[in-house]
Design a protein around this ligand. Structure first.
Ligand code: PLP
Length: 448
């Protein structure tokens, strides 16, 4: 008989079909395939860990969002938030579906142009637009959303020098009942700064005021906050019309809709608390339609939704590296997905599930990533079945921000694949290699 591996005896409560305050949990969820393609096959072909994006889910989510708004309001235009996921294949999918581009840097701006977006269909946000970026945006007729007076004066100077009439909107921050209030971007509504900026723009003949913009925050669970924000922007539009007989062409409500992920410390799971697109659409469109805006000149409603559109379409597939007992007897499972690849794990309790059938016994487990660093914790405490080394796991709802905020640390970023609607797989970003980094490094002569 083969000698069994020794494991120090410990007493531990094993739960079968654990119940919690919502009743018994029937069975352990597993995700064994993504759009019909087995996880084992994907990892076998493209390596582990692996990011996968489902085009099917991406399209379905976009269509639901579009439907929610366009059935309630006559003129709706989405603009894809590049910083949420700026892999070109992802951006191009959104552009194919009709989205414009929303960018917050010169780098993102150039990406949008390279992705074939017309300059006039690019919304340029953010507090850091260089003179060079602005010159480009003015030449291309892009929509420039002004963040502060220093930027506004630079644009006015450029407009005069270039003999162009830039199309401007201002970003407005305001009290919508969400605290802490995001007041660091744009001009404040309550203290009159926004009104002041609008007047300065209206009185300068070299610039054209075309829109009003706000982005009240991110992961906003209260649709009513959007109602308040839309109403305040509508009120500014009405005041401008009254004073200058000038019609605003669009109102841009920014992004910030919650995804179904669960925030750390949340009492209920995100799948239960996340408002639907209909809830947000109802709040925003009611505020606009019920405002004093001239119904003959309803502004186009722009939406820069990021997180809520892409989160569900993204998956991270990984592999169990080892199991071990911690000093207090607690089980820990080590997987090959680290927090460097899952930046959002700092605020979400990410859903992680096995990719193959497992025992129904679960145990309170800590799931660690592979980094040689104490903070590399994917889940601090989760009821999890015992998986074996080599088994696969799936973390779902990771499409937003992880493929832009990921950190290269200790090891390389892996492949990212897209699963198209026919079930074909495509690499959309290759795994990094030593060369990726070394080509940027320089060793001074005396150290060679
Ligand atoms: C980040 C950002 C978005 C997208 O926000 P989400 O919370 O991902 O929907 C939209 N607009 C602006 C100005 C942003 O900075």
């Amino acid at each position: 008989m083969k000698k069994q591996k020794y494991e120090r005896p410990i007493i531990n409560r094993i739960s079968i079909a654990v119940s919690n305050k919502f009743g018994p949990k029937g069975k352990i969820d597993i995700i064994s395939d993504i759009d019909g393609i087995p996880v084992k096959e994907l990892v076998g072909k493209y390596g582990s860990p692996l990011y996968a994006i489902s085009e099917k889910t991406l399209r379905e989510t976009y269509n639901r969002a579009k439907q929610a708004f366009s059935t309630r309001y006559p003129k709706v235009q989405f603009a894809w938030s590049y910083k949420t996921n700026y892999l070109n294949a992802v951006c191009k999918l959104y552009h194919k579906l009709g989205s414009w581009a929303e960018v917050v840097s010169g780098f993102e701006y150039d990406k949008a142009i390279d992705n074939g977006v017309q300059g006039s269909n690019i919304i340029f946000n953010g507090p850091d637009k260089s003179e060079e970026d602005l010159t480009k945006a003015i030449k291309n007729g892009s929509l420039i959303h002004v963040d502060h007076f220093d930027e506004l004066y630079m644009i006015m100077d450029l407009a005069e020098k270039m003999e162009e009439t830039p199309k401007l909107a201002i970003r407005v921050n305001m009290d919508t009942g969400i605290y802490p209030q995001w007041d660091r971007f744009g001009f404040n509504y309550e203290n009159g700064e926004a009104w002041n900026a609008l007047n300065r723009i209206m009185l300068n003949e070299n610039v054209d005021l075309v829109g009003l913009h706000t982005h009240i925050g991110t992961y906003i669970l209260t649709p009513n906050a959007y109602g308040v924000a839309a109403y305040k922007l509508a009120e500014l539009a009405v005041r401008i019309d009254k004073k200058y007989n000038h019609k605003i062409k669009y109102i841009d409500m920014g992004g910030g809709f919650a995804s179904k992920n669960t925030l750390k410390g949340a009492y209920l799971p995100g799948t239960d608390t996340c408002p639907s697109f209909d809830d947000y659409a109802e709040a925003i469109t009611n505020a606009l339609i019920n405002s004093e805006i001239d119904p003959e000149h309803l502004p186009t409603l722009f939406l820069e939704t990021g997180r809520a559109l892409i989160d569900d379409a993204g998956y991270l597939l990984g592999t169990v590296l080892a199991n071990k007992r911690l000093a207090d007897g607690r089980r820990s499972t080590i997987i090959d997905i680290g927090v460097n690849m899952l930046f959002t794990s700092f605020w979400y309790e990410h859903n992680i599930v096995p990719a193959q059938e497992t025992t129904h016994h679960t145990e309170d487990t800590t799931i660690y990533g592979p980094l040689c660093m104490n903070i590399d914790v994917i889940r601090a405490a989760i009821q999890f079945p015992l998986l074996n080394k080599g088994d696969n796991v799936v973390i779902n709802r990771i499409g937003a921000y992880n493929m832009t905020q990921w950190l290269q640390f200790i090891t390389f970023r892996p492949n990212v694949i897209l699963i198209d609607t026919e079930g074909n797989t495509h690499i959309i970003r290759e795994n990094e290699t030593k060369k990726t980094f070394e080509q940027l490094e320089r060793v001074p002569e005396y150290l060679r």
